[in-house]
Design a protein around this ligand. Structure first.
Ligand SMILES: N[C@@H](CCC[C@H](N)C(=O)O)C(=O)O
Length: 301
């Protein structure tokens, strides 16, 4: 792409966590100004770089953490949390020389997470406490329940509602292959009972320590893996008495290990993070200085 006199160069790294792919941008050493329309164009797999989420690494806004971490879905909306992205974030800040630490404290839009890089390169993430209070998810319900009946398309579906910083609905299915991910996923994503929209997980329990999972992600569509979706599924399965404390979650792109002792404890996630390539692009100088807005209906923190 030719650079005009007014254009600005932007370095980025393409990464993935189990096939959930990211454009990761260093906003510590570069000035980054991207609006929602630009993020959508960059996310396009035919006309742009192509990714499920854009991750923006920023300096911390408080003294007790190492970085701030912002996440934008392919639709350009800013969201609160991303598990696979958190692991890639950890590898990115180390590989780019932004830190030499093995344990990294990071501020997100919904609180703090801690990332530990293991000697084999895998990343273990303390994803924090799951939120089960319907109002905080947010999910419209009279009271907190283990599962809820939700109607759409003239049918009633049983689902659990969990926030891992971002909202998740989890359905238990007999088979992930036969689950109606492409049809029910978008219906529930925009269901009026989830005012900030929702990520929709379809979980098949193979045994108490092994599940299969497909996730229709808010603002993206079905992805090859969803880290927060895996955490939410294990929380939902544990609360419904279906799962052990340590569970292997098999996604289309590979496996995550999720551990959750129970209420009052944080959810731990462990899995790989992979760098694919580094690149640079030139953004037109007329690049808007407006900050990207949040995903449709997502909570403002
Ligand atoms: N892929 C992510 C989740 C990204 C955000 C999600 N689509 C949302 O809108 O909340 C993960 O690995 O957790």
């Amino acid at each position: 792409m030719a650079a005009s006199r007014q254009s600005r160069q932007l370095r980025f790294t393409k990464m993935h966590g189990l096939g959930n792919d990211f454009m990761v941008i260093d906003g510590v050493t570069q000035e980054v100004q991207l609006d929602q329309a630009q993020i959508r164009r960059l996310a396009d797999r035919h006309f742009g770089v192509g990714f499920d989420q854009l991750l923006l690494v920023e300096p911390p806004g408080r003294p007790d953490v190492d970085f701030r971490y912002r996440i934008f879905n392919a639709d350009g909306g800013e969201v609160e949390q991303c598990g696979n992205g958190a692991r890639c974030f950890a590898r990115f800040v180390r590989e780019q020389g932004l830190t030499r630490k093995d344990i990294i404290d990071v501020e997100t839009n919904t609180g703090l997470i801690q990332l530990s890089i293991k000697p084999d390169g895998a990343v273990r993430v303390d994803m924090g406490l799951p939120e089960l209070d319907p109002a905080a998810i947010p999910f419209k319900a009279e009271s907190r329940e283990l599962s809820y009946a939700v109607e759409t398309q003239g049918q009633t579906w049983t689902l659990s509602a969990v926030s891992m910083g971002n909202p998740h609905a989890v359905l238990v299915v007999d088979s992930v292959e036969r689950a109606p991910v492409e049809t029910l996923g978008p219906e529930l994503e925009s269901h009026p009972r989830f005012p900030a929209r929702v990520n929709v997980g379809f979980m098949q329990v193979e045994s108490p320590d092994r599940v299969r999972l497909r996730v229709f992600e808010r603002g993206v569509g079905e992805t090859r893996a969803c880290g927060t979706g895996a955490c939410a599924a294990v929380v939902a399965g544990r609360l419904r008495g279906l799962l052990d404390e340590r569970v292997e979650v098999l996604l289309a792109g590979g496996s995550l290990i999720i551990e959750w002792p129970g209420e009052g404890h944080p959810v731990m996630m462990e899995g790989p993070a992979t760098t694919v390539f580094e690149g640079q692009l030139w953004l037109a100088g007329s690049n808007s200085r407006r900050r990207p807005r949040r995903s449709g209906g997502a909570r403002k923190k």
